[in-house]
Design a protein around this ligand. Structure first.
Ligand code: BG6
Ligand code: MG
Length: 220
C-alpha cells in the first residue's frame, strides 16, 4: 500500500501549456526561430534553460550564456504575466475531489515539479497551502529525468521512495519516478510510456490504482 502520492504540477494538477506556448512563441518570434506545438510538446517536464536549448536547435547563430539567461528571463516575465490569468476555476472538480479523497484515506500528498513558478501557480488555483510538501525547480540542481525532485519530495514527507506513487504526464517525469525507485501512474500522453506502472485515462482512476495497487491499465 502506498503511503504518499507525489504529483507533477504542469499537465497533471492543472494546465499551463498554453501559457508556456505563448511565452516561448513570443521569444522565438523575436529571434526568428520557427516554433510550433510540436516543439512546445518536447518542452514538457524539462527545465526552463533546457527548454530554450531545444528551441535553439533551429537557431543558426551562436548565443552566449549571458544572452541565453537574458532570453529565458524574458520568457519567464511574459509567462508570469500570463499566469496571473489563472483562477481557482482552473482547478477541476475532478482533481480537487480526487485529492481530497486520497487525503481522507490517510495518504500524504506532495508536489514534484520542475517549475520555479510552482508556488505561484498553486496559489493562483487555490492550493497554496494544500500539499504536505512541495518540491520544485527551486530546490533541485538536476531536472527530470533525474529523480532528484521526487526523491526530495519523499524526503520532505519522511517517506521511502518505495512507499510513494508519482503521477506524471511527461515521459521525462515517468523516467524520473522510476529512476528514483517509485511507482508511477501516467496520465495524458505519458500513458504511451511503457515504463509507467499504471495508465490512467481519467484523473480519478488514480483512486483505483491506489486502492488495488494492481499495475496496468485502469479502465472503467
Ligand atoms: C515543467 C514544465 O513543469 O516546468 C516545463 O512541464 C517547464 O515545460 C518547466 O519548462 C520549468 O518551468 P518554469 O516555470 O520554471 O519555467
Ligand atoms: Mg507535466
Amino acid at each position: 500500500k502506498y503511503q504518499a502520492v507525489i504529483f507533477d504540477l504542469d499537465g497533471v494538477i492543472c494546465s499551463t501549456d498554453q501559457y508556456h506556448y505563448q511565452a516561448w512563441k513570443a521569444v522565438a518570434d523575436e529571434l526568428n526561430i520557427p516554433f510550433d506545438e510540436t516543439v512546445n510538446h518536447r518542452l514538457r517536464g524539462v527545465s526552463r534553460m533546457e527548454s530554450f536549448e531545444i528551441i535553439l536547435e533551429k537557431y543558426d547563430a551562436e548565443m552566449s550564456r549571458e544572452e541565453k539567461v537574458s532570453w529565458t528571463e524574458k520568457k519567464n516575465t511574459i509567462y508570469k504575466e500570463l499566469l496571473k490569468n489563472m483562477r481557482t476555476a482552473d482547478l477541476s472538480e475532478e482533481v480537487k475531489t480526487t485529492l481530497d479523497t486520497l487525503r481522507a484515506q490517510g495518504l500524504l500528498l506532495a508536489i514534484g515539479s520542475s517549475s520555479k513558478n510552482a508556488g505561484f501557480i498553486l496559489k493562483q488555483i487555490g492550493l497554496g497551502d494544500y500539499f504536505d510538501a512541495v518540491s520544485d525547480g527551486n530546490n533541485i540542481t538536476k531536472s527530470k529525468p533525474d529523480p532528484e525532485v521526487f526523491l526530495k519530495a519523499a524526503k520532505y514527507l519522511g517517506k521511502e521512495p518505495k512507499d510513494c506513487l508519482v503521477v506524471e504526464d511527461a515521459k521525462a517525469g515517468v523516467q524520473a519516478a522510476k529512476a528514483g525507485g517509485m511507482d508511477c501512474a501516467a496520465v495524458g500522453e505519458a500513458v504511451k510510456c511503457k515504463l509507467a506502472d499504471y495508465q490512467l485515462s481519467t484523473f480519478s482512476q488514480l483512486l483505483e490504482a491506489v486502492k488495488n495497487s494492481t499495475k496496468g491499465a485502469c479502465t472503467k
